[in-house]
Design a protein around this ligand. Structure first.
Ligand code: SAH
Length: 350
C-alpha cells in the first residue's frame, strides 16, 4: 500500500495524463491508504467511535442480537461485523451474547491489514472477508455495522449554469481541488433537484446502497437481522457533507489524501430503500439516544457504577456522551434490517 505522499504523486500523474478523477475514486484511494497505514481510533488517533467510548455500547448491541435470536427460536447463526475497527464492539457484544447462550462463529468484513491484526487480538478465530460476497450462505446472519457506511466512496454532483455535472478532483497550483466535470449528469440526480440553484450539491454512495441491497437479499433468503449505526440524516435532500478528520479536528478534504479520514453523512432513507428492495423489513432509523435508552443504557450504567463505585463518573459521562442530543445521541441514527421471517426487533418505535 502506498504512503500518502506516494498516493499524491500517483494521483497527480493520473490527473495530468487522464484528466480529473471522481470524488468517489479520490475517496476510495485516500481511505484505502488511510485505513491500511494506521489505527485511526481512540484518543491518540483521528476520531473516537461509540464502542471506544464505552463497553456499554457493544454490550447493548449484544443484548439486542441475543434477544431477537432467542425470539427467532435460537437457530444456528453467523455473527458478522462490517468494518470492525479495533474489534472492541465485537468483544463487548460477545460478553453479553455468550451470557445469553449465543456464541456464533465470527466473520469480519475488513480491508485494512493493520486493523485485521488488532481485531485478531479480540477474536483470533474470526474469518476475515474482503467484501460481503464471501459471507456464508448456509444459516441466518446477525450483522452489525457501526460507522461503516460513512467511510464508503461517495459520488458528488454539482449544479452549474449549464446543468448538473459530476464533481471531480483536479490538481493545480494550489494542490488538489474540486471542479465540475465536463459531462452532463442530470440523470444521476433526483428529478425534484433538476432545477436547483447553481452550486447545489447532491451526493450518493452507490457502493453503500449496493451493500444494503445485497444484505437485504441475504436476510430475506437466509434469515437474520442487521443493525446499521452511523451519523446521517433521514431527510437528505441536497448538500455537501463530505468531511476530513485528523487528530480529532476537521481538516481539508482536498489536502493530504490518505492522511485524513474521509467520510460523508449516511442517507438513511436511501439505505432503507435499498435494503427493502433486497427483501428486508426495515425498522427506524431512530436516534442513537432513543435506541440506547430503549435498550436500557441507564440501568446498565447504574449497574456498572454499583460494581465499580470508583468509576461512577466515567459511566455517567459515557452514558451522556452516547445519548444526549448535544453529543452523539441525535446525529447518530440506528436502523434495523430484518428478515421478514424473524420477529420485530427491540429498541425501535412501535
Ligand atoms: N466499527 C468500528 C470502526 C469504524 S471505522 C468502530 O465503531 O470503532 C471504519 C471501519 O471500516 C474500519 O475498520 C475500516 O478499515 C473499515 N473499512 C473502510 N472501508 C472499507 C471497505 N471498503 N471494506 C471493508 N472495510 C472497510
Amino acid at each position: 500500500m502506498p504512503t500518502p505522499a506516494e498516493l499524491a504523486e500517483a494521483l497527480i500523474q493520473e490527473i495530468t495524463q487522464q484528466g480529473p478523477v471522481s470524488i468517489a475514486d479520490y475517496m476510495a484511494l485516500a481511505n484505502g491508504v488511510y485505513y491500511a497505514s494506521h489505527d485511526p481510533l481512540g484518543r491518540q488517533g483521528d476520531f473516537i467511535t461509540a464502542p471506544e467510548i464505552s463497553q456499554m455500547f457493544g454490550e447493548l448491541i449484544g443484548i439486542w442480537i441475543a434477544d431477537i435470536w432467542k425470539r427467532a427460536g435460537s437457530p444456528a447463526v453467523h455473527y458478522v461485523e462490517l468494518g470492525p475497527g479495533r474489534g472492541t464492539l465485537t468483544s463487548d457484544a460477545f460478553r453479553a451474547m455468550t451470557s445469553q447462550g449465543l456464541n456464533p462463529p465470527i466473520h469480519f468484513v475488513e480491508t485494512s491489514p493493520l486493523l485485521r491484526k488488532l481485531q485478531a487480538e479480540h477474536a483470533p478465530h474470526a474469518t476475515w472477508h474482503d467484501g460481503i460476497e464471501t459471507l456464508p450462505h448456509d444459516v441466518p446472519l446477525v450483522i452489525v455495522a457501526n460507522e461503516f457506511f460513512d467511510a464508503l466512496p461517495y459520488h458528488q454532483y454539482i449544479q452549474t449554469y449549464s446543468g448538473w455535472r459530476e464533481r471531480m478532483v483536479t490538481h493545480g497550483m494550489d494542490g488538489f481541488a474540486p471542479i465540475p466535470g465536463g459531462v452532463p449528469a442530470e440523470e444521476m440526480v433526483p428529478e425534484h433537484l433538476h432545477d436547483a440553484i447553481a452550486g447545489s450539491i447532491y451526493e450518493t454512495s452507490p457502493a453503500g446502497l449496493a451493500v444494503a441491497r445485497a444484505l437485504g437479499k441475504r436476510l430475506h433468503k437466509q434469515g437474520g437481522a442487521m443493525l446499521a449505526i452511523d451519523y446521517g440524516h433521514e431527510d437528505y435532500d441536497a448538500g455537501d457533507t463530505l468531511q476530513a478528520l485528523n487528530a480529532h479536528a476537521y481538516a481539508d478534504v482536498f489536502s493530504n489524501p490518505g492522511a485524513n479520514d474521509l467520510t460523508a453523512h449516511v442517507d438513511f432513507t436511501a439505505l432503507a430503500k435499498a435494503a427493502a428492495l433486497g427483501g428486508a423489513r426495515i425498522s427506524g432509523p431512530v436516534s442513537q439516544g432513543y435506541f440506547l435508552g430503549a435498550m436500557g443504557i441507564a440501568a446498565r450504567a447504574a449497574a456498572l457504577g454499583r460494581r465499580h463505585p470508583e468509576r461512577i463518573e466515567e459511566f455517567g459521562a459515557a452514558h451522556n456522551r452516547l445519548t444526549s442530543d448535544e453529543e452523539m445521541g441525535a446525529l447518530f441514527k440506528v436502523m434495523a434490517m430484518v428478515s421478514p421471517k424473524w420477529p420485530r426487533p427491540a429498541g425501535f418505535l412501535p
